[in-house]
Ligand binder design. Structure first.
Ligand code: NAD
Ligand code: UFG
Length: 338
């Protein structure tokens, strides 16, 4: 399936890489982003990477008029819905903002799609919907019990999409549960650009390696894991967005409600990540062990077999490649897009 795809949140970290992958695969891309957590420069850079740049609309997904105008002006065949707020800790302090941004935007988007006759949607969900899993690897049919307003907002949208699909069985709805996206486009032109103090491990490690920060704080070394530090399933953002392209092709052939993990199936500890980044960058990454971060779990990694079976997709890039690509981006853009 080729055609024009609406990418909400397309200027963000994952969205900008998705734009590059979609254009590479032959799609036309229209981005809707309000730039609340991103820069228009990211989209200019996508235009440098790809032959055809994405069409950019600055606006809010909750703005129905704005969506109607986009659907009127372009023949959209599918929507990739990335827009949303994503900081777990911040969501505890600002729950209304999170429910408003993440849930209301999805409601307004579905109504606008229905009016426009667009029936294919891929939604960015998260492994955070599983909460603290009873065992690893995590399969899609595991119980769901998110522990933050952010995670609950993702689960609410998953449930809304399921109800919507019952009422509209001709739709194709895909709920992709991402594990931990890291790394950057191999060009070094686009990457993750967190505002202020990074919440996530990889951008923090990269900022220490480049000398922007003095040391990494490792949140606990007393977990029941091989080296005591938290274990996660880090997936190269290029693998992740290529997974979206194949998911899009799959759902356009196969109407239904699909729920799929996107992960590698490998668990990597905080100290494994530090070592891999030191190796890739040739820099040392000093760290200090501090107490556990409230709400963190010991270990989380995907059972990726459903994606393999349904989409014939597996993550292929190594941890070394994730670090090398993140390092290229970090070195070329020590202060991000600023
Ligand atoms: P990001 O913050 O870099 O990108 C989100 C983009 O959406 C930003 O460009 C922001 O400006 C835009 N946006 C936010 N609210 C908007 C609104 N109401 N209207 C228009 N634009 C809006 O985040 P990301 O890391 O690229 O994540 C993309 C999606 O994937 C999010 O839904 C996130 O919850 C989900 N996700 C991310 C991760 C991760 O670790 N990065 C993990 C699992 C799921
Ligand atoms: N960590 C540190 N120091 C830091 C940052 C993180 O030791 O400065 C540790 C954490 O304790 C954890 C691991 O590194 O063990 C990964 O932490 P991240 O914050 O990078 O990622 P999380 O797994 O906590 O959460 C991320 C996203 C969530 C998403 C989840 C699952 O932030 O939004 O992955 O997809 F829900």
């Amino acid at each position: 399936m080729m055609g024009t795809v609406l990418v909400t949140g397309g200027a963000g970290y994952i969205g900008s890489h998705a734009c590059a992958a979609l254009i590479e695969a032959g799609y036309q891309v229209v981005v809707l982003d309000n730039f609340c957590n991103s820069s228009p420069v990211a989209l200019k850079r996508v235009g440098e990477i790809c032959v055809t740049p994405p069409i950019c609309v600055q606006g809010d997904v909750r703005d129905r008029d704005c969506l109607d105008k986009i659907f009127h002006a372009h023949t959209i065949t599918a929507v990739l819905h990335f827009a949303g707020l994503k900081a777990v800790g911040e969501s505890v302090d600002l729950p209304l903002e999170y429910y408003d941004n993440n849930v209301v935007s999805s409601l307004v988007l579905l109504a606008a799609m229905q009016q426009a006759g667009v029936t294919n949607i891929v939604f960015s969900s998260s492994a955070t919907v599983y909460g603290d899993p009873p065992s690893v690897p995590i399969r899609e049919d595991f119980a769901l019990s998110p522990t933050s307003p952010y995670g609950r907002s993702k689960l609410m949208v998953e449930d809304i999409l399921a109800d919507w699909h019952v009422a509209n069985p001709n739709w194709s709805v895909c709920r992709l549960r991402y594990f931990n996206p890291v790394g950057a486009h191999p060009s070094g032109l686009i990457g993750e650009d967190p505002q202020g103090f990074p919440n996530n491990l990889m951008p923090f490690v990269a900022q220490v390696a480049v000398g922007e920060r003095e040391k990494l704080f490792v949140f606990g070394d007393d977990y029941a894991t091989a080296d005591g530090t938290g274990v996660r399933d880090y997936i190269h953002v290029m693998d992740l967005v290529e997974g979206h392209v194949v998911a899009l092709e799959y759902i356009c052939r196969q109407p239904g409600l699909h729920t799929i993990n996107l992960g590698t199936g490998n668990g990597v500890s905080v100290l494994d990540m530090v070592k891999a980044f030191e190796h890739a960058s040739g820099q040392s990454v000093p760290y200090e062990i501090v107490k556990r971060r409230p709400g963190d779990i010991a270990a989380c990694w995907a059972d990726p077999r459903l994606a393999e079976t349904l989409l014939q997709w597996t993550a292929s890039r190594s941890l070394a490649q994730m670090c090398e690509d993140a390092w290229r981006w970090q070195q070329g853009n020590p202060r991000g897009y600023a």
